[in-house]
Design a protein around this ligand. Structure first.
Ligand SMILES: *Cc1c(COP(=O)(O)O)cnc(C)c1O
Length: 482
């Protein structure tokens, strides 16, 4: 107590009353609605002057408050526009997602009620909604009821969870001779996850891919057997159901056969491709996905959610539990029935956001059918764009036909040396992006630089794809044809 006796003073200024909350939400909502209305007419990217902007935002801890209206202006006028317009319909770079507003509303609700979903006892209902989401994902993949899983912040941590679980199940605590196999098209998060999981960097085997960018099975099998003969302990194959480069899907049934014969864990990185299992075409391309021991799915890609939602599913849920279960005196009793889950027992986190709600709300509001139709539209758009690119042959070469919704292409110049051709294609990419109606990115396929169109955003429709092809044709005309 201070001499003035002020310790009983009530400080309630952080507690908004109903009027203040409504005002806050209303102002925010107006800005969001305006932002979304403007998306189609906004540049696909605004990348100049990023460093100046970042440095101009540096400030000391504010001692006093600022009006919300002024902060919204700062955010929407200065902070948000700079960079890639990842929410817009022209974002065809990397792997888009879009960010469903329904999920933003779910986050608002979830954060407002601030329930604790790390342990079942603290929020049995909220935990069950998230368990339903995991169950639905299992159904989408084709997993049996004994599967388990959890929501992560993204695919990187889902891949990490898979490697930890495989390592724990097959190698226990002596894992330094364990080796991991993945194709040269595998996302770098796998290598990083393996390193974080304690796999020595020298034990990660990069297996070549074929002319459609799928892992070469004979090379994989030979390498596994050679390692075993040399005293290593092969334990994990990471396959791809939709590579980031070209959307390539490995021969999943053949991978599952091989993993079964060699008694290895098969993890499928389906961060990008997985939700296309909602569509008939996707199920055809990814036949065999359900035979994998574990699967990474990124709802913030092909389920269109805002960034910050990935997931890991494990076919035999007990294995996931054994790799993660832990109790503590300061926690409530854990559930030991089959049907109720304490997420802290099957995942690395304890306190965390209620991620289930942002998946649950959009799926409940619209039903899976709406997502299936949207994904079918993306497949159609990628196929349409590919047809248009073929029509530009021989000046254009389609380097990878879409297996899902990504197509890779480049300018072709017979006789041009490879370095010069790569430079020309980089200039081609810059010309397309300079029109600022679409934003594409490139990648290296072996030593060839290629451009890619990746259609995943729920806001991308036929009109934007037509703009994309117009801008490709215009950029072609600007570049020397020899
Ligand atoms: C995006 C992606 C990842 C990484 O996921 P994050 O959500 O960005 O952490 C891993 N694998 C593939 C195939 C991806 O497309």
């Amino acid at each position: 107590m201070n001499p003035a006796g002020h310790w009983l003073e009530r400080t309630a200024e952080l507690e908004l009353d109903g009027t203040e909350l409504r005002r806050l939400i209303q102002l925010a909502t107006e800005r969001v609605v305006r932002f979304v209305d403007m998306l189609p007419s906004q540049p696909a990217a605004d990348v100049g002057g990023g460093a100046e902007l970042a440095r101009s935002l540096v400030e000391a801890l504010p001692e006093h408050g600022t009006s919300f209206a002024a902060l919204l202006d700062l955010l929407f006028d200065r902070v948000v526009p700079k960079g890639f317009n990842t929410a817009g319909p022209g974002y065809l770079a990397y792997i888009p997602g879009g960010g469903l507003l329904q999920a933003a509303v779910a986050d608002y609700l979830g954060d407002a009620v601030n329930r604790y979903v790390g342990v079942w006892a603290a929020a049995p209902g909220m935990v069950q909604l998230e368990a339903n989401v995991i169950r639905w994902f299992g159904e989408i993949v084709g997993y049996p009821p004994g599967a388990a899983g959890f929501l992560t912040s993204g695919g990187s941590l889902a891949n990490f969870g898979a490697i930890v679980t495989a390592r724990h199940h097959l190698l226990g605590e002596q894992f330094l001779r364990g080796t991991v196999y993945a194709s040269d098209q595998t996302h770098r998060s796998v290598e990083k996850a393996a390193a974080l999981a304690g796999v020595p960097a020298a034990n990660i085997r990069v297996v070549p891919s074929d002319d459609r960018f799928r892992i070469q099975l004979p090379a994989l099998e030979e390498r596994i057997q050679a390692d075993a003969r040399a005293g290593f302990q092969p334990f994990l194959i990471v396959g791809n159901a939709g590579t980031t480069n070209t959307g390539a899907v490995d021969d999943l049934d053949a991978l599952a056969d091989l993993a079964g014969r060699e008694r290895l864990w098969l993890h499928m990185d389906a961060a990008y491709g997985g939700f296309f299992m909602l569509t008939e075409r996707g199920r055809r391309v990814m036949h065999g996905l359900a035979r994998a021991d574990s699967v990474t799915l990124d709802p913030h890609k092909a389920l269109f959610l805002p960034y910050g939602t990935g997931s890991l599913l494990v076919r035999d849920g007990e294995r996931l539990r054994r790799a993660h279960a832990l109790t503590a005196e300061y926690l409530p009793a854990m559930q030991d029935t089959q049907d109720l889950v304490d997420f802290c027992q099957v995942s690395p986190e304890l306190s965390r956001p209620p991620r289930g709600l942002r998946v649950w709300l959009p799926l409940k509001l619209h039903g899976a059918a709406a997502f299936r139709r949207a994904l079918d539209e993306k497949l159609d758009l990628a196929a349409w764009a590919t047809g248009e690119l073929h029509a530009l042959e021989p000046a254009i070469e389609v380097a990878a036909e879409p297996q899902l919704s990504t197509v890779a292409f480049r300018l072709r110049r017979p006789g041009m040396d490879p370095e010069t051709l790569n430079r020309l294609n980089r200039a081609f990419l810059e010309r397309i992006n300079a029109r600022n109606r679409v934003h594409l990115t490139g990648t290296m396929l072996g030593d060839r630089f290629v451009l890619r169109i990746c259609v995943v955003s729920f806001r991308t429709h036929r009109d934007r794809m037509e703009m994309c092809l117009e801008d490709i044709r215009a950029a072609m005309r600007e570049l020397p044809s020899e």
